[in-house]
Design a protein around this ligand. Structure first.
Ligand code: AP5
Length: 224
């Protein structure tokens, strides 16, 4: 079987984490979500966490120098030899170039950059109702994907909470950062022939089915 080296792209709240969690189960590949890595560092009070927190609280991007080092080692790990799923990285052209050069150094390449497409209005609706499990980060939505028991994670029983950066004024800045710094990656990957788009406005199960169908086709084409 060929490698599956996948990048998930999309605005805040487009469903990268929701789909990433499902794809990790579907394909049994290492899944690295930079937002989760940074939030864990903030919780643990590490130097990385202290440095990242001020950017995250404002909804700004953490500098490339910090982010590139975080991911470069992970894609080179033995457990990623069949592939990996990256959620939230790269987020700038500088990060994308750094990932490309790391992949070339390893004699590998990205299989696809998958854009989960949703409108800004939908982003605001989703982030205002998002609830996240305090222990393992499982994702719910009060209206679109409610837990069985209000405020409690279905998967591990932990308390559900609202993310600090889901406040409306921070969401506005996160969206602005996305359009300014991350959206150029859509053309970056399109020019390299590996951009794939999925309509993120469908319900989560349907989005997952479409992604899986698209990846199955891609892998079949690669093996021909
Ligand atoms: P990060 O955690 O990556 O935040 P984000 O990209 O803004 O994405 P989100 O986690 O908010 O949303 P998502 O797309 O995963 O959506 P989700 O599945 O949760 O990054 C946080 C911060 O860290 C950044 O602002 C930055 O400061 C820093 N950072 C991280 N990476 C960085 C990098 N590479 N460089 C620099 N800085 C970096 O879904 C959202 C909600 O919608 C949920 O409630 C869910 O239940 C619901 N939902 C999902 N899918 C559907 C659907 N199909 N229909 C209806 N509801 C849905």
């Amino acid at each position: 079987m060929s490698e599956l080296n996948l990048v998930l792209l999309g605005p805040p709240g487009s469903g990268k984490g929701t789909q990433g969690e499902r794809l990790q189960e579907d394909f049994r590949l290492p899944y690295h979500a930079t937002g989760d890595i940074l939030r864990a560092a903030v919780r643990d009070g590490t130097e990385l966490g202290r440095e990242a927190k001020e950017y995250m609280d404002r909804g700004d991007l953490v500098p490339d120098e910090v982010m590139v080092g975080l991911i470069a080692d992970r894609v080179a790990e033995e457990e990623a030899s069949d592939g990996f799923i990256l959620d939230g990285f790269p987020r700038t052209t500088g990060q994308a170039e750094a990932l490309d050069s790391k992949m070339s150094e390893l004699g590998r390449r990205l299989t696809a950059a998958l854009l989960i497409d949703v409108s800004d209005d939908e982003v605001v609706r989703r982030l205002s109702g998002r609830r996240v499990c305090a222990k393992e980060g499982h994702i719910f939505h009060v209206e679109f994907d409610p837990p069985t028991e209000e405020g409690v994670c279905d998967l591990c029983g932990a308390r559900l909470e609202i993310r600090d950066d889901d406040k409306p004024e921070v969401v506005r800045n996160r969206l602005a950062q996305y359009h300014d710094k991350t959206e150029p990656l859509v053309s970056y990957y399109d020019e390299r022939g590996i951009l794939r788009r999925v309509d993120g406005a469908q319900e989560p199960g349907e989005v997952n089915a479409r992604i899986r169908a698209m990846l199955a086709t891609l892998r079949m084409e690669e093996e021909l």
